[in-house]
Design a protein around this ligand. Sequence first.
Ligand SMILES: Nc1ncnc2c1ncn2[C@@H]1O[C@H](COP(=O)(O)OP(=O)(O)OP(=O)(O)O)[C@@H](O)[C@H]1O
Ligand SMILES: [Mg+2]
Length: 104
Amino acid sequence: MAAKNYEASVLFKLNYASAANVVINQGGTSSGKTYAIEQVLFCLACQKDKQVITVVGQDIPNLKAGALRDALTIYNTSSQLKKLVKNFNKTDRIFEFYNGSIKE
Ligand SMILES: Nc1ncnc2c1ncn2[C@@H]1O[C@H](COP(=O)(O)OP(=O)(O)OP(=O)(O)O)[C@@H](O)[C@H]1O
Ligand SMILES: [Mg+2]
């Protein structure tokens, strides 16, 4: 996904390149963990058909102010992503991709 306006930190690269089953990100508040992980999950959803990706958190308000907000920022600022996402279902908070993948 090399294109202008696409900003990935070292956190993105390390998470994306990992071959481990479990990857733990530790770091201070607002250090970019959630944002980088969201970017990786968008890539995984796009690059392979029919993936089901579930993002969980302690509760919905927490997700709305954190992971979901970051996901929507990434989505809204990426013209490439907009071409690959068929729909964002606001009620169920699910991104539906043309390739059959979903990210909920
Ligand atoms: N690669 C990036 N490009 C643009 N903005 C970024 C990037 N990474 C982080 N940010 C900005 O920094 C904010 C904080 O990052 P993030 O929420 O990922 O931190 P965090 O490490 O998950 O913090 P916490 O431990 O509090 O959950 C994001 O909401 C976003 O606005
Ligand atoms: Mg976070």
